[in-house]
Each structure stands twice: as structure tokens, then as C-alpha cells.
Design a protein around this ligand. Sequence first.
Ligand SMILES: [Fe+2]
Length: 303
Amino acid sequence: MTQISFPAMPAAGPFCLNDETAYHRWREKKLSGYPQRASELRVTIADPFQLSSTEQDALQRRIEKTNFVIYQLANPGADDKRAVKALGKQFGLRDTDSNLCADEDSITSLKVIPGGRQQHYIPYSNLRLSWHTDGYYNALDRQIRAMVLHCVQDAAEGGENLLLDHEICYIHLRDTNPAYILALMQPDAMVIPPNVENGVEIRGALSGPVFTVDPDTGSLHMRYTARTRSIEWHADPTTLAAKDCIQDFLGSDSPYIFRHRLAPGQGVLTNNVLHARTAFENEEGGKQRLLYRARYYNRIAHT
Ligand SMILES: [Fe+2]
């Protein structure tokens, strides 16, 4: 089994359990003036290949606050795939992750695919997609720190996204019980089973923490899935209570959970916050939901 191992708790800073001062200072700043509505997180982009400094600032400010921003291309069109890449590049996103189902340009087209390899994966169906961060099954050196999710075509009905800043989830857990944070930073907090296709193991089991702190940037990363089938949580009572605490929070009507149905030409640029998707219906011979997804190993850069 591959184990994701990071240096455990940082020695100081907001994500160190012994540094209450730094935590409370960071927490206060984080929550002060936090957006209340998804509309506050929207920025219109005239030209995704050449952001104006005003647009860049507006996008950056929102990402710094909430770890995601909803952009709207003023003129969406045939070049959207290149636009997604160009947008990422202007935020220092270069290390794309090519997953099993990505197109040749390492951007994944998310749409309903009834046959082939993709049929086993919920993102390629019209089913509800439960809360997760992307790449929770990736190895240590391939954790997904940022991504762009771009809507080319919305569904005839449904397909709404739910988004929750993982730093808010951290605050909720730590305020409820600091021991939850310790439990979720254990190297074997959450074990993902191997990926087996037609009897062949294409990825081994993967064990790792939920929360890690990047030693280089000091930023918080969350590895999470709400799926229950074959996920093994560390069996001590505190980890299980922490898992339930996350689940309750994600199922609550917290004002920190944003709901937004992406329209064509809209997208989310994010430091891989927690997200989910409601079920949707395509229209036969008509609207077929299509999203482009680019995933990156690095975080959105401060510009
Ligand atoms: Fe996702």
C-alpha cells in the first residue's frame, strides 16, 4: 500500500495546534467580510488569453479569500479549451495532471459517457456526485492543489455545483474539537481501496491524511471523499467522530456552502475546495452537459 506521508503538524503558524495565537489571528481575518452569496464570487472576463489587471486583481482577491472564484467569459466560444489553459497559466498553473480519462491535451471533458472505461466513474454519468476534493486517490507527489472547471454546455435540468472552502471546514472542525484535526492529520486517517478494472489492479491502495500543510508554502490541503463504499477510515473513535463532523457540516444549510449552477462560458478557478454536484438530466437530441476540467499539482500563485 502506498502511504502519503507529509511532515506532520507544522511547528508554528495557524495550522499548528499549539499556536493558538496564530490560529485565532488567521481565523479572524479569514472570516471577516467572508462572502455571503455566490454572486459576490463572480468576475466577468473580457479576454481569457489576456486578463486585464483589474480582472486579474478581482479574481485574485476572491481566491485569496475563499479559495475559489466563479468567472464568466464575456464571449464564450469554440476556443474555450485553450481559454481554460490560458487562464490557468496566468495564475501560475502549469503542472497539469493527466488522469486516465483526460483528453490528449490533459484537459478532461466531463460528459455522460455510457460505455468504455469512463462508465465506471460517476463524473461521467448524470448521477449526483457527492462531496470530495479532486485527486484524493492520487499519490503524494501528485496531489491536486488547483483546478479549473469550465462549463461549455449546461444540462437541460439540474447539475448544480456546491462549493465549500476547505479552510472553512478546517475552522469548523478545530472549533468543534481540536483533537479532530490531529486525528485527520494521521498518516492513515483515510485509506482508498485499489482501483481494479476487469480484474486488473491499475492503482494500489492509498493511505494518507485528510489535512496536510505544504512545508514550502504553509498552505492547507484537504484530501477528502464522502463516498462510503470501500473507504476505510482510521478506526479510532476520534477519527470516526471527525469524519461524522465533516459529513454533518457538508449536509447542513451552512451559509458557507455556496450553490451555483454553471452556465455556458462560466467556470470555477479554485485551490481544489470541497465540491459536489447534483444529479442532472440531458435532453435527447438537445442540451448535453459538457464541462472541461484541468487539474494542477501546484496552487494558484499570488500575482
Ligand atoms: Fe471534482
